[in-house]
Design a protein around this ligand. Structure first.
Ligand code: ATP
Ligand code: MG
Length: 331
């Protein structure tokens, strides 16, 4: 049987190089090897405040990005999370399986809660359970994500194992697929922080839709470390980050990259990186502009149907096993 992957991104802002290099690029590569589902997780997005007047458009924009970077809707299922109500329904059941103490340990919650102060929603706390539901509904084998999601994947696995133990074998226990390089692209302005869509500092993130001017400015302003040598070195996070981006975009080996920059200065690295990134983004941006609205609707409708066909039997089985709905169910 073909193995299955599931992953998603939130329509919380504009997609950046970190999202692409840590996640989306791997989706594109894996989609021909696995049966693939790629979701736009809009229910996750509202765990922090969103502008209701732009969320729908951001949701569609994210779908356009999926297609423009190379997700092939003939091969993969692309859909919007809220279109498949099974996600929210399974979340409720898993809320009764996951433990408060587990969720309290989640570092993404702690980081995001710090920014929210008194307006932290229960949804933000529950984010990992909704993510577990996303994944488990599809009997997923592999979840390609960035490093920041490793802890959530562990929680997903633990929830599946606990449910299977208490109610009988129901869920496949998924594995994380986290790339060796690119899984944690750092902010260009604060290299101790990951690049994030919801970062307040616009200079930290290079966006997939940035124009040439913005890309050049952001790389030019990128902070650097003390010293002058250009080589991969985790103890010098700013330069290491720029080199990782260079290595991933050019697909040259780390040795080739170091050889190329031997004896050169930071300005050269930043200049080349900016130029390369502009060229790399150009065709993606072109494809985003070419995606027709009706065609997008068709893809999302088809995606919803395909996703539901897999999600519904899983939820039925969960309801049956938990005694919520019997085989003589009215519905
Ligand atoms: P937000 O700040 O709203 O959480 P985000 O930038 O973290 O946005 P998500 O939509 O939460 O983006 O994540 C989408 C995918 O991108 C996930 O697989 C996540 O692990 C990955 N990802 C996010 N940031 C990075 C990063 N800096 N480097 C590599 N991968 C990343
Ligand atoms: Mg995130």
């Amino acid at each position: 049987m073909t193995r299955r992957i599931f992953s998603g991104a939130q329509p919380t802002g504009n997609v950046h190089l970190g999202n692409y290099l840590g996640a989306l690029r791997n989706w594109v590569a894996l989609q021909h090897e696995y049966e693939s589902l790629f979701c736009i997780v809009n229910l996750h997005a509202i765990t922090v405040a969103q502008d209701p007047s732009s969320l729908l458009e951001k949701t569609r924009d994210l779908a356009r990005i999926y297609l423009a970077v190379g997700i092939d809707p003939q091969v993969s299922t692309v859909f919007i999370q809220s279109d498949v109500s099974e996600h929210a329904e399974l979340t409720w059941v898993l809320n009764c399986v996951a433990r408060m103490s587990e969720l309290e340990r989640m570092t993404q919650y702690k980081d995001k809660a710090r920014k929210q102060q008194e307006s932290i929603s229960i949804g933000l706390f529950d984010y990992p359970v909704l993510m577990a539901a996303d994944i488990l509904l599809y009997q997923t084998d592999l979840v390609p994500v960035g490093e920041d999601q490793r802890q959530h994947l562990e929680l997903t696995r633990d929830s599946a194992i606990r449910f299977n133990r208490d109610y009988g074998e129901t869920f496949k226990v998924p594995d994380a697929f986290i790339p060796k390089v690119g899984a944690r692209i750092m902010s260009l302005s604060v290299p101790s922080r990951k690049m994030s869509k919801s970062d307040d500092d616009p200079n930290g993130c290079v966006l997939l839709m940035d124009d040439a001017d913005a890309v050049q400015k952001k790389f030019k302003r990128a902070v650097t470390d003390s010293g002058t040598e250009i080589r991969f070195d985790a103890s010098r996070p700013a330069i290491n980050n720029l080199l990782e981006i260079y290595h991933l975009i050019t697909r040259r080996t780390t040795q080739e990259v170091e050889d190329h920059f031997a004896g050169k200065g930071y300005a050269q690295l930043k200049g080349e990186l900016a130029e390369l990134t502009v060229e790399f983004l150009r065709p993606i941006q072109q494809r985003v502009r070419e995606i027709d609205d009706d065609h997008l609707d068709q893809i999302l409708d088809q995606g919803r149907e395909k996703a539901q066909r897999i999600a519904k039997p899983t939820l039925d089985e969960v309801f049956r096993r938990t005694g919520i709905r019997g085989s003589k169910s009215r519905g």
